[in-house]
Design a protein around this ligand. Structure first.
Ligand code: DSN
Length: 415
């Protein structure tokens, strides 16, 4: 694979192989990352990248789109089956533009959006002041409960009834707990809001039938396709039929021009994979692995935000190790353990430092690791954090991590 690239541009090929070596060697525990299959890679690197196809299947602004239509319709159909959605738009380039399109479809500038605060587990596009969402719309943020660090549905209901947002948004990037979608729907109905789900992190677990499906409750659901869903970088929007026209119009021509049909073809391939039975096993193992890692981390003295996890994600407070998130991320990096620094609820550190790190199991689960390896990784993590200033120790730890990962090879097809 990639022999033409190697022959034509050895410089880029060399960098690519170095990145592949990094991915092969290290323990990738960033919860929003995954390892796509070789068929997904092939679809991404296909001739579909050559085509302009502004518009939608059957109604394009360019000639020659018969095969593009076919593959886009296939992606739509598979996503509909996977999530039981009435309508799916597969064109969003990624999560942020997809959220922007949804807001544009359902709100006017100045309208009210209610979402979880970023440092409590939300996302930049959920109304942070530096983001378009915080600049264009009136934002009301809810928080997690200070004691449990979990959603407090009574408090969310009281705030929503008082503020009457146009959109009530649920779905998070650093929240390890399951979401009560039924309760959210009741709250949205009570205050007359659209209920929007952003399941970018958990979509693979929903598709794999391991978490409740928000599509049953929400007016509109957005997910990126490259996290637990294990597809190419990109996003999709799912909605009820009455909102279909507004959503499509907001994506194109409202937000985007030509869709990336190579990515759409790769989405179709990934959705096809997610429809297979073994994807359910993978989704289940992601959660089982996260619980196993969480249990061992706690056993070794770590403090987990919200006390644990129901998903693929763990948010760990690193202050008990006398570290902040930035230092913890750097120390773990030296041991070839990749995670990302993150704020924790009611954090006093700035976002670029944070008091926590996010850990996640999708990549390691895709590699085939199970509970035993998660326990070993948890031990490696705590060992590294306990020796964060000892470079010799971290270098030794790195060889142990590499040896563990070597037993679960990836991309054997690529030399
Ligand atoms: N950057 C993504 C994540 O890591 O969760 C969210 O956009």
């Amino acid at each position: 694979m990639y022999e033409h690239l190697k022959a034509a541009d050895a410089s880029v090929h060399k960098i690519m192989m170095s990145e592949l070596a990094r991915q092969r060697e290290g323990a990738e525990l960033i919860p929003s990352e995954n390892l796509v299959s070789v068929p997904v890679l092939e679809a991404l690197g296909s001739v579909f990248t050559n085509k302009y196809s502004e518009g939608y299947p059957g109604k394009r602004y360019y000639a020659g789109n018969e095969h593009i239509d076919e593959v886009e319709l296939m992606a739509i159909e598979r996503a509909k089956i996977l999530f039981g959605a009435e309508h799916v738009n597969v064109q969003p380039l990624s999560g942020s533009p997809a959220n922007m399109a949804i807001y544009q479809a359902l709100m006017e500038p100045g309208d009210k959006l209610m979402a979880l605060k970023l440092d409590h587990g939300g996302h930049l596009t959920h109304g942070h002041p530096v983001n378009f969402s915080g600049k264009l719309y009136t934002i009301v943020h809810y928080e997690v409960d200070k004691k449990t660090e979990q959603l407090d549905y009574d408090a969310i209901e009281a705030l929503a009834v008082k503020e009457k947002p146009k959109i009530l948004l649920a779905g998070y990037t650093a929240y390890a707990r399951d979401i009560d979608w039924k309760r959210f729907k009741e709250i949205a109905d009570k205050c007359g809001a659209y209920l929007m789900g952003d399941i970018s992190h958990t979509a693979g677990l929903v598709a794999g039938k391991q978490l409740p499906n928000p599509v049953d409750y929400c007016d509109v659901v957005m997910t990126t396709t490259h996290k637990t869903l294990r597809g190419p970088r990109g996003a999709i929007i799912m909605c009820k039929e009455p909102l279909a026209k507004a959503i499509d119009k907001a994506v194109f021509p409202g937000m985007q021009g030509g869709p990336h049909e190579n990515a759409i073809a790769a989405k179709a391939v990934a959705f096809g994979e997610a429809l297979k039975d073994d994807f359910k096993l993978y989704a289940k193992q992601c959660i089982v692995n996260a619980k196993a890692m969480a249990a061992q981390l706690e056993k070794r003295g770590a403090r987990l935000v919200s006390g644990g996890t129901d998903t693929h994600l763990i948010l760990m407070d690193v202050r008990p190790f006398k570290l902040n998130g930035k230092k913890a991320e750097a120390a773990l990096g030296k041991a070839d353990i990749y995670c990302n620094k993150n704020t924790i609820p009611y954090d006093t550190e700035k976002p670029f430092v944070g008091s926590g790190v996010r850990l996640g199991t999708p990549c390691m689960t895709t590699r085939g690791m199970k509970e035993e390896e998660m326990t070993m990784l948890a031990d490696h993590i705590v060992d590294a954090l306990e020796h964060a200033d000892d470079d010799d120790y971290l270098a030794k730890k790195r060889t142990e991590v590499i040896a563990l990962c070597k037993g679960f090879p990836i991309y054997k097809e690529i030399e």
